[in-house]
Design a protein around this ligand. Sequence first.
Ligand code: NAP
Length: 357
Amino acid sequence: MHMIIDKTRPVMVTGASGYIANWIVKLLLEQGCTVHGTVRDPNNEKSVAPLKKIAAAAPQGSLKLFKADLLDKAAFDAPMQGCEVVIHTASPFVVRGFKDAKEALIRPAVEGTRNVLEAVNRTQSVKRVVLTSSVAAVFGDNADLKKNPRGIFNEEDWNFSSSETHQPYSYSKFLAEKEAWKIHDAQQRWQLVTINPSMVGGPALTRNSASTSIDTLRGLGNGRLWPGVPFMRLAWVDVRDVAQAHVEAAFRPDAEGRHILSNGEPSMLEVANILRRHFGTAYKFPVFELPKFLVKWFGRFMDSSATPKFIEQNAGHDLKFDNTRSRQRLGIQYRPLEQTFVDHFQQLLDDGLIRKK
Ligand code: NAP
């Protein structure tokens, strides 16, 4: 359905302090929008200082911050007042370091989505919701591709293999997107557009994000994954392209449905080789691929999320995503991944998150 969005009305962005959301806020402000950003703690300088800096550099727009925790049912009504578009990005992206997946991931993802969308149902001005979902809602393990009749994942696919105990982050994203469609389908006023990015890379505007994205590339350069990595493909996309997709999804009159955002599936060693070419051999980038049996039995000592089942279902398997819809319907022109990795690693060095050599 064709829907004209009034860009002079405020746009709400949940989790504005996050890695991806920072870039979305920046693009919106640069277009002259008024942004209502929600953060968990507006007094936490570490999380709001980067946002203030982004706003100061884009005086054509204006940014107003509101306090909202995902588990607080009433927190989203005030920032939503007068908005036609709500961009819901907030959701924990952690894959280790927690005891209870339900409390750490599933509850905030699913209840948070419900709380935001119930506030949308109460707020008559809202015409469209853009939800930051993930390819984690599309697939669970790389091995699932073998069961895919097309041999490539697209927007018709849903994750069927994750659970509370196996890939709980992916499960949280699957449940949250399902919940969003259920609430959307029960009404007629507002549209739902989902952005389903693969692993996001590229420079961060904040040093404070706990996003696994940042941790993953850091692990390739700080020696944690040295000398060897499993043969494992990960799908990647640039954070600037992901932010652009959210903005297109917010304002294009005919935007609707799901959109995979992904720009290729290099193996971990291929990413390391790109980094070594640009930054030299002084950094401890992995240099070879480890046999699967070795990673299967010792992987957990390097990374608690690398269980034998995870390795079995992900190492040594193909992975392929179809990004046609994002290019055709949102007009995304993907940056080369090489630029994504190089810019990201350079920023980790500049921020002191990896020691310069
Ligand atoms: P991030 O930097 O960790 O951002 C997550 C955001 O969620 C932060 O703003 C965080 O707020 C907020 N949040 C977490 N728990 C919350 C709670 N209980 N109440 C309120 N806010 C809460 O990670 P990101 O990579 O930008 O992720 C943003 C979104 O993109 C998530 O929905 C994630 O699932 C999705 N995504 C990410 C990737 C990726 O590779 N990065 C790929 C696909 C999808 P605080 O600042 O207060 O912690």
